[in-house]
Write a protein that binds this ligand. Structure first.
Ligand SMILES: [Zn+2]
Ligand SMILES: [Zn+2]
Length: 322
């Protein structure tokens, strides 16, 4: 929707109100649901990567700003390893040339107001826990992105689940059938075994399994058409307090567009457990090329203001104490 002429960008507004200190403007206090006010609302992106498919730091900063994101959590890859969990090297760098712990930490330190960082490591190397713990002690907001070729109940991943609970941070997992984090239908065993660990689900197998029919074709990554209620993901979100969802990536957007009536109901039912992430590698941060911008637009189109605020900002602010 085109904005009205009388609306001002936050920058214009700040420039005009010269007598006010910038800190006295509280963007989160916007109470109007008027379209033109949305530019002033804060948005937290819980899922971005550094050096993503060759993107520079300046391009990343520009992308996040254009998308309207006010705070971003940077998710590192593990170190370069040739183990079973990295598919003997194929999945290094999260299979997206993403940078590791030190790069994310240094970048977040240099831009502390707008960026935080997570901690990660290849789980099946001897010092994995030590490396993750080192960054948790330095202030990492979560363990992520856990995208490795291991069963979700493997001893290696269970060490990460314990560590997450110990440090009071969530763990974000990329679910992709027979590629990353195996045995999704049995994940409830981990949800029950680690009730103090907050798990955040993401990616193809996570979103496809909101649909009950996915169990008949678990290999499908981007299924289309109406969604049948009662899928595994929906049940995990309903039945387990410690299960959350990350809206990011093409898999999220594809799912939300499948069946908008279902999506509205889904967002309403799980409004306290869903968090916006972009996970897009484009350079523009707006329009058709940007998955994050389209996801934000879709949430705003489908949901009333109260739920929109929870999904794009409040749930993440609370979970990560930002
Ligand atoms: Zn992912
Ligand atoms: Zn984008």
């Amino acid at each position: 929707m085109k904005e009205h002429n009388h609306s001002f960008s936050r920058r214009d507004f700040l420039a005009m109100s010269g007598t006010l200190a910038a800190g006295s403007i509280l963007p989160g206090k916007s109470s109007s649901s008027h379209e033109s006010k949305q530019d002033m609302d804060p948005v937290i992106d819980i899922h971005q990567h550094i050096f993503y498919v060759g993107r520079t730091d300046d391009q990343l900063i520009h992308h996040q700003k254009t998308m309207g994101v006010t705070h971003t959590i940077m998710l590192p890859a593990g170190s370069v390893q040739y183990t079973q969990s990295t598919h003997y090297g194929r999945s290094n760098g999260l299979q997206a040339q993403a940078g590791g712990n030190k790069s994310c930490f240094d970048f977040a330190q240099a831009h502390a107001k707008e960026f935080s960082f997570a901690a990660n490591e290849v789980p099946d190397i001897p010092d994995a826990v030590k490396e993750v713990e080192k960054y948790l002690q330095m202030g990492a907001k979560m363990i992520a992105e856990v995208k490795f070729g291991l069963s979700c109940d493997s001893q290696e991943l269970q060490r990460f689940y314990s560590l997450a609970a110990e440090y009071g941070v969530p763990i974000l997992m990329h679910w992709q059938y027979e590629t990353y984090n195996y045995s999704f239908p049995y994940f409830y065993k981990m949800l029950e075994k680690y009730p103090k660990t907050k798990f955040i689900g993401h990616a193809q197998t996570w979103w496809a399994n909101v649909d009950k029919a996915q169990q008949d074709h678990p290999w499908e990554m981007y299924p289309n058409g109406p969604v049948i209620k009662g899928g595994i993901t929906d049940r995990y979100l309903s039945d387990y307090e410690n299960m959350y969802g990350d809206l990011s990536a093409g898999s999220g957007l594809n799912f939300f567009r499948r069946d908008e009536d279902f999506t509205k109901d889904f967002f309403t039912r799980h409004q306290d457990k869903l968090l916006f992430g972009s996970d897009c590698s484009d350079l523009v941060g707006e329009g058709e090329a940007c998955i994050g911008a389209q996801t934000i637009a879709l949430v705003r189109k489908l949901m009333p203001k109260g739920i929109e605020r929870k999904l794009l900002y409040e749930n993440a602010k609370k979970m990560f104490t930002l």
